[in-house]
Design a protein around this ligand. Structure first.
Ligand SMILES: [Mg+2]
Length: 261
């Protein structure tokens, strides 16, 4: 029987609270241009939407320009969604690319952009409808909120502050913490003790499945955010998994009891 209220609510940031797809695309396209030097540095108008649909296949940053490469070479979205790791490997092999170099391209592109104009970079992020109001409401209760993300904490802080969210009672674990999400959850569990009820909302199915496998985290209620960066197949898998709740944005914005139905 699941408690109707969490003691600790752990939230992923990108793909749960914040939609960073535009930033991902712009960064991916700039990196693509550096690597492949296309004649036209303006992306075709349909490319961004295609990239947004394919974003869930990306596990590490270097794959972002490679997704664009695949699409622009005519690989179908269906094939990419079904068989991305093979397709990515083929492109890397055929074109003699080194993932380390691709990482440097993507990170370098982003770092340059941030250094040149952090506000324009932040402006390419938006919050999903209703999540800020919901977060404000939760922060007024006894529930402890922790954001666990692979984005740098200082940027999460700025983005939340721009929305007028009071960070006093909010705990932030960003990229700088350099620890897997499961380890952070475990550490929080030690702080909050045996009786604490942990809920964790994340948009990446593999992350939830990784946490599921850890015995010491088996009592954490896991939620897959269906509005984030996941595929239809991920959502179907989550829906069939008795230990993962598939949650909609509509439910997220409502009372906790609706999350469990
Ligand atoms: Mg995420």
């Amino acid at each position: 029987m699941v408690s109707n209220l969490p003691t600790v609510l752990a939230l992923d940031f990108d793909g749960v609270l914040c939609d960073g797809l535009k930033e991902y695309f712009i960064t991916a396209w700039k990196a693509y241009c550096n690597i492949w030097q296309p004649e036209n540095s303006t992306p075709p108008p349909w490319l961004a939407e295609s990239f947004y649909r394919l974003r869930p296949v990306v596990e590490t940053g270097w794959e972002m320009p490679v997704v664009l490469r695949a699409v622009l070479q005519g690989v179908s979205e269906e094939a990419i969604l079904r068989d991305w790791s093979t397709i990515a490997q083929q492109i890397v092999n055929q074109e003699n690319l080194a993932p380390a170099e691709l990482v440097a391209q993507v990170d370098g592109t982003r770092d340059k952009w941030i250094a040149a104009n952090v506000n324009s970079w932040l402006a390419e992020h938006r919050f999903y409808p209703g999540v800020c109001d919901r977060l404000r409401t939760i922060l007024q209760t006894e529930i402890h909120v922790a954001i666990i993300s692979t984005k740098e904490g200082r940027f999460i802080q700025q983005l939340l502050e721009q929305q007028g969210i009071d960070l006093t009672d909010l705990q932030l674990f960003g990229k700088e913490v350099q620890r897997p999400k499961g380890d952070i959850l475990l550490e929080l569990k030690q702080v909050f003790g045996q009786d604490a009820v942990f809920w964790f909302v994340e948009d990446r199915l593999k992350t939830l499945q990784g946490i599921q496998k850890r015995l010491e985290l088996s009592d954490v209620e896991l939620f897959l955010a269906d509005w984030g960066y996941n595929t239809q197949r991920d959502r179907e898998q989550a829906a069939q998994d008795p230990f993962i709740h598939l949650i909609s944005l509509e439910n997220f914005a409502q009372d906790f009891s609706t999350w469990l139905t």
